[in-house]
Design a protein around this ligand. Structure first.
Ligand code: SF4
Length: 474
């Protein structure tokens, strides 16, 4: 039993169980976890100005930061516990080593300090106090943004200590029984290394939360009226469901209609088309003159867009080799604008700019304001953006779990050249490039970005072909 299991337990009870008892070969590498580790080390190194060493000897020497300490002890004289504090920071005080003592610290990604940070600090504090024979009043949460280090003090009061201990007992109990259910909040699963394992089980059991638009609350409402899986939902009668759930609001009815359609498509494996001929013809007309596909890679914690990828498409039905891909790197996070990307977009100033998700449009409009484009120029730039994600969501119900670029493109038959790829992995490569300046990491990111552009194009082609086919057939 250790504090790492408690951290897992706070995220998902099942995760803690799997970490202890699960078949390790079923666990997959998580880019997000590696990003956490890289960021953690960088934050600790910056905070301690490099005075960072490993193990108990480092405590005896009194260095500023100590990592890699393991403290073995007993909780309430009952069961054995091992504590692995992320970082110990030297401060004034009296301890077994002399006129100094250590405080625990954790690193965080993003802005939010969570229960997990607070309780980990509290649990570690209890045992570090016993280990160094000196009281701990507070712990630190360390984060970084725009190359600056920030710290937040978390006071380790009695309430927090008691909570950490009670949760630890609760965790101990949970680990005695069979594997807990898959979490209702499947959003948590996206960065979990047990995702593949749990996805398989959720799919074979027809979990309602596997359907796009069904969160834990909606799933519970459906279960309350006896709809427990996707098949039941797909075959239910809409008006009966409306009555049984007492739905009076038009928007709520639309939402339930949508999830019934989504489950029907999911069960049958068939897409459902929702739009008219006119909308499709409008899109054909816009794209006929040629268009750009645009995709940005960024580090959200540093607010840094490090790559703008642009694919020029003269004719959507051309061979892939005929499309020109241009990566524009923005390696230094200095100016909040990039003139080169404007130059490229303006080289064909009538071409629409196709992108997947809202980021690209928001970023470019923000940049346009920074470089003082006038209202007419900003409006004209804004009108060129076509968000393919929105367009697909409005036009289709597809037999998939979500409408991310990866899921939709995989479903239409697009394969990324690099395997097991994701936005997190690209960010992981970027962090590695930032520390090593190894160009091979940049090459991987550029290839990934090019594939994202080609994936967007593949979805566009699929949409144009299939919407046309559906409309002709109907
Ligand atoms: S994939 Fe989801 S349900 Fe499974 S262990 Fe991870 S967070 Fe829990």
């Amino acid at each position: 039993m250790n504090n790492l299991l408690l951290k897992s337990y706070l995220r998902c009870k099942r995760k803690a169980w799997l970490e202890l008892w699960g078949e390790k070969s079923l666990k997959t590498w998580s880019a997000q976890q590696s990003i956490n580790l890289i960021t953690e080390f960088s934050n600790f190194n910056q905070y301690t100005n490099g005075d960072l060493f490993k193990g108990r000897k480092a405590c005896e020497k009194g260095v500023k930061g100590v990592i890699g300490i393991k403290i073995r002890d007993k909780l309430k004289n009952e069961f054995k516990i091992e504590i692995n504090p992320s970082l110990l920071i030297r401060t004034n005080g009296d301890s077994i080593w002399g006129k100094y003592k250590y405080l625990p610290a954790v690193s965080k990604l993003g802005r939010r300090t969570t229960r997990e940070h607070q309780l980990d600090l509290a649990l570690c504090s209890i045992f570090i106090e016993r280990f160094q024979k000196a009281k701990i009043e507070y712990g630190l949460v360390i984060s970084s943004q725009n190359n600056k280090i920030y710290t937040e003090k978390i006071f380790i009061n009695k309430k927090l200590r008691d909570k950490a201990i009670n949760l630890f007992f609760e965790l101990n109990e949970s680990l005695k029984y069979k594997i807990p259910q898959i979490t209702e909040n499947r959003k948590k699963c996206s960065i979990c290394s047990w995702k593949k394992f749990c996805d398989k089980e959720a799919e074979s059991n027809g979990f309602l939360t596997d359907i796009d638009g069904i969160g834990s609350k909606t799933a519970q409402s459906l279960k309350n009226i006896g709809i427990n899986d996707v098949k039941q939902l797909a075959s239910c009668d809409r008006s009966k469901l409306k009555n049984r759930l007492s739905i009076h609001d038009e928007n709520d009815f639309k939402k339930f209609n949508q999830i019934i359609n989504q489950s029907k498509s999911y069960v049958s494996g068939l897409p459902i088309h929702l739009k008219s001929q006119k909308e499709l013809l409008d899109l054909f007309k816009k794209l006929k003159q040629g268009f750009f596909v645009f995709d940005i890679e960024s580090n959200p914690d540093e607010n840094h867009d490090f790559l703008y990828g642009l694919l020029s498409v003269e004719n959507v039905y051309d061979q892939t080799e005929n499309f020109v891909y241009k990566p524009i790197l923005n390696l230094i996070n200095k100016n909040k604008y990039n003139i080169e990307i404007f130059k490229q977009l303006n080289s064909k100033n009538k071409w629409p700019i196709l992108h997947f998700g809202e980021t690209e449009k928001i970023t470019m409009i923000k940049m346009a304001k920074i470089i003082n484009l006038n209202k007419f120029e900003i409006d004209s730039l804004e009108s060129r953006f076509i968000d393919l994600h929105l367009l697909i969501r409005d036009s289709w119900i597809l037999p998939i779990k979500n409408y991310s670029l990866k899921t939709v493109a995989n479903w239409v038959g697009f394969d990324w050249t690099q395997k097991n790829i994701s936005g997190s992995k690209a960010l992981y490569w970027w962090l590695q490039y930032s520390y090593t300046k190894e160009n091979s990491f940049l090459e991987k990111i550029i290839n990934y970005n090019k594939d994202d552009c080609l994936a967007t194009l593949a979805i566009t082609k699929w949409h144009l072909n299939n919407a046309d086919k559906f409309l002709k057939e109907s």
